[in-house]
Ligand binder design. Structure first.
Ligand code: MG
Length: 371
């Protein structure tokens, strides 16, 4: 039996303050993340219900399965109904499972999509839900009363059903419903629940957005070494440090900036600085590495990502770097568009051991997280 995903991208963002469905969330919009999850979960086709605010973003998303785009309605119910009619048109009367999913639940695991679809094939419905573990109160005119939580479930999506059963339930619906399972039950069908997950939450408030960012944050590391030679300036983190020798390299050889750039590029899964700024390219002869860092931050932003945190260590026997660390931190923070409080920076020696300890080179390590 084939499955058609019904992706709801027509919701407003009343409690978010910005268009939550199309704004990049750690590099991909909630609509893009939900679409990918449905496709990875095995749907054979997609119907996307869109609003005027989301249509262009949905149209621009690559989709490896056949996709139809329909105008959503005033309510979620109206949007689902319109999408189910389009899904029935796609199915052409053949038995089919519809997997209905709110794009705002963009952390949905593909395995949950597949599990709901499989349950619906076997039992007619497969609806994601989680048991209520908290104590629940109802507030009424007489004050609060405890609602026994035994047997209570919180409904999520995906909600999967045999297409013609759920379409019939929508056709016959009297009065509003906030999800599909409600109408399915009203139509007299038996419901089969699939254990959802705590991370399959709906992006509703800015706190939800921040929670999703924490779950999706990306991390990268960077490392670089340059030789110490006579007749060169020593530039670290954009600060010229007074010293008898400097670092050898095609650019200004700012080893700290280079390690930070590779950490950022690594976190974004972009090519490293050797590929972005080749040392065979005369354009980068003597280049200001802090300007290159700003270019890297711009590349990262093009991926829908921003710098969240940096931490770096410079490994040098001499000179003593502590007096220059605050200025380096400020430079790195400014180039990355963050506050100095989001940048950690330390200098260490290797106690006379290793090539850094013998004064042959200076190295730097960095780690970065992106949101
Ligand atoms: Mg380098």
């Amino acid at each position: 039996m084939r499955t058609v995903g019904v992706l709801l991208c027509a919701g407003a963002s009343a409690r978010m303050g910005f268009d939550k469905l199309t704004t990049p969330l750690c590099g991909a919009s909630p609509i893009g993340r939900s679409l990918d999850a449905l496709v990875q979960g095995g749907v054979d086709a997609l119907v996307c219900a869109v609003s005027a605010a989301t249509r262009a973003a949905v149209e621009a998303l690559p989709c490896p399965v056949p996709r139809r785009i329909v105008a959503g309605g005033e309510t979620r119910q109206a949007s689902v109904h319109a999408a189910l009619r389009a899904a029935a048109d796609w199915a052409g009367g053949a038995p089919c499972v519809a997997v209905i999913h709110d794009a705002a639940r963009c952390l949905v695991p593909p395995a949950l999509v597949a599990a709901c679809a499989a349950r619906a094939m076997e039992q007619g419905s497969g609806v994601a839900a989680v048991r209520v573990n908290d104590t629940v109160l109802r507030e009424g005119a007489a004050g609060f009363a405890t609602v026994p939580r035994e047997g209570l479930w919180r409904m999520q999506t995906p909600q999967a059903f045999r297409l013609f059963d759920i379409l019939d339930a929508y056709d016959r619906a009297e009065g509003p419903a906030t999800d599909d399972a409600t109408l399915f039950l009203r139509a007299g069908h038996a419901l089969s629940l699939v254990e959802g997950g705590a991370d399959n939450f709906k992006l509703t408030t800015p706190a939800d957005w921040a929670r999703a960012e924490r779950l999706l944050a990306r991390c990268g590391t960077g490392f670089d070494t340059h030789r110490l030679v006579e007749g060169r300036r020593l530039v670290l983190g954009g600060v010229t440090v007074p010293f008898a020798r400097g670092l050898f390299g095609h650019s200004d050889a700012d080893v700290l900036a280079h390690a930070v750039m590779d950490a950022l590029l690594g976190a974004a899964a972009l090519p490293d600085i050797g590929q972005l700024f080749p040392d065979t390219d005369p354009a980068y002869a003597g280049a200001d590495s802090m300007a290159l860092l700003r270019q890297v931050v711009a590349r990262v932003a093009e991926q829908g990502l921003r710098v969240n945190q940096l931490d770096a260590t410079v490994i040098a026997e001499r000179p003593k770097l502590a007096p220059y660390v605050p200025a380096m931190r400020e430079n790195l923070a400014a180039a990355c568009g963050v506050t100095p409080g989001q940048v950690g920076l330390k200098a260490t020696t290797t106690e006379g051991m290793n090539d850094e300890g013998r004064g042959l080179c200076i190295s730097a390590q960095a780690v970065a997280t992106l949101l």
